[in-house]
Write a protein that binds this ligand. Structure first.
Ligand SMILES: Cc1cc2nc3c(=O)[nH]c(=O)nc-3n(C[C@H](O)[C@H](O)[C@H](O)COP(=O)(O)OP(=O)(O)OC[C@H]3O[C@@H](n4cnc5c(N)ncnc54)[C@H](O)[C@@H]3O)c2cc1C
Length: 262
């Protein structure tokens, strides 16, 4: 709510990436997406930047960081704002336009989640391939010589290459500001993140029981990979908000993303 020359922010928010700051008392800068209202302010969603000095003035608490399966270095705490005051000029752009800014930000991050997904698959593939070439497990030949193992590795590699080229194309489209860039970025996130979880599990099947110990990196890679379909909007959510909405638009051109018309 706008009160004189200050925004007064009240609410509770979970899953705030890196918002603990280094000392657990809040980051130097937090972008708060919230509903705004007040005299002369149209009701809507806005983005307000909150600085550490304002957090320290009171009305802000870091309750706790979530105890997560993977991404353990990526703290995502629960924050409480209770009448926190922030100067009016900390509003980004126009009040009520926040959704546009947030959606633009999420386009680029979707392509990056696709890249994270390729990264974890690449490392897991390297580990499993090395193991399959080196290990005979009591048999006469390296396990990669068994077709069951070789074909599993081939199938993972096919999915990894497909995810990689989709990420490259999406990132190129974002750099070039091509009109189909957002669609490509979301495809890269959905395809990459939903490929990497079963791919790493298949690579664990190649390695067998040794993959189940943290002595080998595969288990940790799977723990991180499970995050990718769930965060950054969640794949059910981005399907609904971005791709389903796009497809329903009667002006939608299905070749725009593929051909990258500028
Ligand atoms: C490490 C990490 C960091 C994060 N950082 C941030 C951050 O910095 N800022 C931030 O805001 N969030 C952050 N998040 C939160 C996260 O991005 C979103 O809250 C989350 O993706 C919301 O997705 P959801 O669909 O599960 O939400 P929910 O709304 O909880 O939905 C739960 C489930 O309900 C179903 N559902 C809900 N609505 C519908 C519908 N309309 N139609 C069909 N099904 C539906 C779906 O099955 C969905 O999976 C972070 C999360 C993690 C794990």
């Amino acid at each position: 709510v706008l009160d004189g020359d200050d925004w007064v922010i009240t609410g509770r928010k979970q899953w705030n990436s890196n918002a603990t700051g280094w000392d657990g008392r809040g980051a130097d800068l937090i972008s708060v997406v919230c509903r705004t209202s007040g005299p002369g302010v149209a009701d809507g969603i806005s983005v307000i930047m909150v600085e550490r000095a304002q957090l320290e003035a009171g009305g802000f608490t870091v309750e706790r960081a979530h105890d997560t399966l993977g991404h353990r270095a990526h703290l995502s705490p629960v924050l409480t704002f209770d009448g926190l005051r922030v100067p009016r000029q900390n509003l980004i752009g126009e009040a009520g336009n926040g959704r546009t800014y947030v959606e633009a930000g999420f386009g680029a991050t979707a392509a990056l989640v696709g890249a994270f997904s390729v990264g974890v698959m690449r490392k897991a593939f390297e580990i499993a391939l090395d193991f399959a070439r080196a290990e005979k497990r009591g048999g006469p030949v390296a396990i990669i010589d068994h077709q069951a193992v070789g074909y599993l590795l081939v199938d993972v590699k096919t999915k990894m290459e497909a995810a990689r080229y989709l990420v490259w194309k999406a990132c190129h489209a974002l750099d070039a500001q091509a009109p189909g860039a957002l669609e490509l970025a979301v495809h890269a996130k959905i395809f990459g993140s939903e490929a990497c979880v079963p791919a790493i599990y298949d690579l664990m099947r190649v390695v067998g029981i040794e993959s189940y110990s943290h002595d080998m990196r595969l288990a940790a890679l799977l723990q991180d990979a499970v995050c990718y379909p769930l965060f950054d909007g969640g794949n059910i959510g981005v399907r609904r908000r971005q791709l389903h909405t796009l497809l329903k638009d009667t002006e939608y051109d299905q070749l725009l993303a593929a051909e990258g018309h500028l």
